[in-house]
Design a binder for this molecule. Structure first.
Ligand SMILES: N[C@@H](CCC(=O)N[C@@H](CS)C(=O)NCC(=O)O)C(=O)O
Length: 207
């Protein structure tokens, strides 16, 4: 039995996969790849992921890329009925938050993250930040409302929906900008961050 994950831990998409791996306590090897680590343009890597992006996993010969697909696969394989809900509506709810994180929250936050943190200072454009902040706040307000009276996004149980959201919210809350207070999101985030798996994967500073 062997599970390998390729990807640098500074990537929000790698963090999703790794939070799932660590939450499930899976024996694995992680190989740094992407940005300064390179590797993603080698023929061997491209054979696993023709997109040249991280993360990729190989699980006993089964190769998979796309972070949400990886989280869904590992949750279905190892945690059916918990991380991957077996009730179709609960599972659809978790799926919905996973897709929303990828298609809506992440693109909203992207420019603020790039121009406040990721890009070298000489390449940053501060004028890109306010619109990104505004779009992100609108997203986080949606999550805040969804978490009212709920421990996790789909209810009492931690699911793959929370797995996908946590790295993005971690990044958002640690961006050096003014945040609107979101008591439900902050309570949810604090509870998850108490877990060793989250502390291992979601490191500070964000880079
Ligand atoms: N939809 C893909 C996106 C993957 C992606 O864009 N990964 C970024 C890091 S978050 C990447 O590989 N960037 C180039 C690099 O790190 O070299 C997924 O969710 O896995």
């Amino acid at each position: 039995m062997s599970l390998t994950v390729w990807g640098r831990l500074s990537s929000v998409n790698v963090q999703k996969a790794m939070l799932c791996v660590e939450w499930l306590g899976l024996t694995h090897e992680r190989i740094d790849a992407g940005l300064s680590y390179g590797l993603v343009d080698t023929p061997e890597y491209r054979a696993r992921n023709p997109n040249g992006l991280v993360p990729v996993i190989e699980d006993d010969g089964f190769v998979l890329w796309e972070s949400n697909a990886i989280v869904r696969y590992l949750a279905a394989k190892h945690a059916m009925g918990s991380l991957c809900p077996d009730d179709p509506r609960k599972r659809a709810d978790a799926d919905r938050w996973m897709d929303w994180q990828t298609t809506t929250l992440q693109p909203a936050m992207g420019p603020a993250f790039l121009h406040l943190v990721r890009l070298p200072p000489e390449k940053r454009d501060p004028s890109a930040v306010p619109a990104s902040r505004e779009r992100s706040e609108a997203c986080v307000a949606i999550l805040e409302a969804a978490l009212a009276g709920k421990r996790f996004v789909t209810g009492e149980a931690f699911t793959m929906g929370d797995v996908a959201l946590t790295p993005a919210v971690h990044r958002w809350l640690n961006l050096p900008l003014d945040h609107v207070a979101r008591p439900n999101v902050e309570r949810w985030y604090r509870e998850i961050m108490r877990r060793p798996a989250a502390q291992k994967v979601l490191q500070l500073p964000i880079t």
